[in-house]
Design a protein around this ligand. Structure first.
Ligand SMILES: Cc1ncc(COP(=O)(O)O)c(C=O)c1O
Length: 399
């Protein structure tokens, strides 16, 4: 089928919820993907922080192939080894104690919201159910997680929202403190806001939030769906800030491209998720968990945290060097390989032009170009992206 025909069929048969770029991607290897005409692209978006090891990493495909030949699915009414092994490794790497497996970020966050409410009702008092989240955040598209998301455009049309959520400014301790009252049970935030435009808080912010939670007996829930699994140069971004949340959610990068979401929590919350209180048919299946194990083991063995830190810092420096030439660039920022380049003008056209030149990135929050490459990216590939971006900005006659 020709590209035009494929696009026409998508427009006819699929709900038009995505504003897609006009390319059909058919295969990938490492940092590269290829379209149906054989054109090659360097992927600096990695499925929006999903393809942690790049495309079709041999360790992940071997783990999946091996498991698929043994057992694809069995109900969570039975024990399976890959799920238990992955939970153990996630607990060891995070410093938390117990996992619940779902299939996506929204499901991991949904589990976190339910667990926080249940724990609060049982241990803190029936009137404590309010969760404070931050403006500009993104937590998912289910009713609870879209309510938790601090963006009106995500809420619009789906009202009435779930009761019990409050929004405060991100990276603003005073605003947070003033929102806490006798009903508050938890504070829920992303360590670095992703969809909100790669917003990195001040160094002290998260430790201050942790202290507030300790002083007031509140739960700290960190949404690490985009920041987790090595993305920031740490297994989890909270390790950069030397704190430990009560609950942490992970998805995107953990499954090596397969759908896997996890909520990891401290032991004190364990008894609140008792038999029958929560569940998932597919969550933590043997195939996705085998992929998850291969991802984590490869991050450890290939020292990819170091690469994320070093190549990420190099990338930000290179992007910032473009600032001298283009006044419309406000700032390059990020943590590890979660990087944003903020413009004073809209960014979507720039991302579209880069695609024409063979580079995949995206634009978030209207004016922030976002780079979330696989953790295997190297300096040469970063140089080629920055040179292509320079060329595109000239082509678009950017100032
Ligand atoms: C921080 C964060 N939380 C939650 C989600 C929702 O994840 P999913 O799309 O897997 O439900 C996303 C997705 O972009 C995210 O970036």
């Amino acid at each position: 089928m020709k590209t035009d025909e494929i696009i026409a069929q998508e427009k006819k048969y699929i709900f038009q919820t995505y504003s897609r770029y006009p390319v059909v991607i058919t295969k990938g290897k490492g940092m590269k993907v290829f379209d149906n005409n054989g054109k090659q692209y360097l992927d600096f978006l990695g499925g929006i922080a999903v393809d942690t090891l790049g495309h079709c990493h041999p360790k992940v495909t071997a783990a999946v192939r091996n498991q698929i030949n043994k057992l694809v699915h069995i109900s969570n009414l039975y024990y399976t080894l890959p799920q238990i092994k992955l939970a153990k490794l996630l607990c060891q790497l995070s410093g938390l104690d117990r996992c619940f497996f779902g299939n996506s970020g929204a499901e991991a966050n949904e589990a976190a919201i339910k667990l926080a409410r249940k724990y609060a009702k049982e241990k803190l008092g029936a009137e404590k159910f309010e969760i404070i989240t931050t403006k500009g955040s993104f937590h998912g598209r289910t009713m609870a997680t879209l309510t938790a998301t601090g963006q009106e455009k995500i809420h619009k049309g789906f009202e009435p929202l779930l009761p019990g959520f409050k929004y405060v400014n991100f990276n603003d301790i005073l605003d947070l403190e003033s929102a806490i009252n006798e009903k508050t049970c938890a504070i829920f935030l992303e360590p670095v806001q992703g969809e909100g435009g790669v917003v990195v808080p001040s160094k002290e912010y998260l430790s201050k939030v942790r202290k507030i939670c300790d002083d007031k007996g509140l739960l700290l829930i960190l949404d690490e769906i985009q920041t987790g699994v090595g993305r920031t140069g740490n297994y989890f971004a909270f390790q950069e800030y030397n704190i430990l949340p009560d609950i942490c959610t992970v998805a995107k990068g953990i499954g090596g491209g397969l759908p896997l979401g996890v909520m990891i929590a401290s032991e004190k919350l364990a008894s609140s998720f008792s038999y029958g209180t929560h569940g998932s048919t597919f969550g933590g299946g043997p195939v996705v968990c085998s992929a998850g194990l291969a991802v984590l083991e490869t991050i450890i063995k290939d020292k990819l945290l170091k690469n994320a830190k070093e190549t990420g810092a190099y990338f930000v420096e290179k992007l910032n060097s473009l600032k001298v030439k283009y006044k419309s660039i406000k700032e390059a920022r990020g943590l590890g390989l979660m990087i944003g380049l903020e413009f004073s003008v809209l960014g979507k056209e720039i991302a579209g032009k880069l695609l024409e030149h063979g580079f995949i990135i995206n634009c978030t929050n209207d004016n922030v170009l976002r780079f979330l490459p696989p953790l295997i990216v190297n300096r040469k590939q970063v140089d080629s992206l920055v040179a292509a971006l320079d060329g595109v900005l000239e082509e678009l006659k950017m100032q």
